[in-house]
Design a protein around this ligand. Structure first.
Ligand code: ATP
Length: 146
């Protein structure tokens, strides 16, 4: 089976007294499908660098690495071929930039970017694996405060 390796981020910040995270609506999906920014790991690129790069490309914001959250795995079919995919997710802390200020070519991949409450991430995110990553991010900020 073809294999694919990506990395992505749960970028958090405190806004009006609550933790929020940067979510995207991937292009071409139904409205209401919220996901985490992620993308293919480049040749020779470290996965944490991919997570930061893809977060910036897909959301317009810059962030700093906090910790690794975990890996998720799934299989999908692309033009009749099954692809086994592993995505490594990192907890990132917002540093600067405005959410949604992205390059025009990224607007095909991303319909919208929004800060959503981290507490609600486990029910808002469309994919089970990403919901688990959000649970881990929540547990981390509860335990460590940040
Ligand atoms: P990348 O963002 O890594 O560059 P991509 O946009 O090319 O990747 P995916 O986001 O992996 O591709 O989407 C491929 C298929 O897998 C789509 O049908 C998508 O709905 C589905 N998919 C995406 N994320 C998950 C997930 N966490 N669990 C299950 N299926 C998923």
């Amino acid at each position: 089976m073809r294999r694919e390796f990506s990395a992505g981020g749960v970028t958090i910040r405190r806004l009006r007294g609550e933790w929020v995270f940067a979510a995207i609506r991937p292009g071409g999906k139904k409205p209401g499908v919220w996901a985490l920014p992620k993308g293919l790991i480049g040749q020779g690129e470290k996965p944490d660098a991919t997570a930061l790069r893809e977060t910036e490309e897909e959301t317009g914001i810059q962030a700093r690495l906090v910790t690794k959250l975990g890996d998720i795995r799934y299989v999908y079919t692309w033009e009749g071929e099954r692809v086994f995919k592993v995505v490594s997710f990192y907890l990132l802390r917002y540093s600067k930039g405005r959410l949604g200020e992205i390059e025009p070519e990224m607007r095909i991949e991303v319909d919208e970017a929004r800060w959503l409450p981290l507490e609600e991430a486990p029910k808002l995110l469309a994919y089970g694996g990403e919901r688990q990553m959000a649970e881990k991010a929540l547990a981390f900020v509860r335990d460590n405060g940040l």
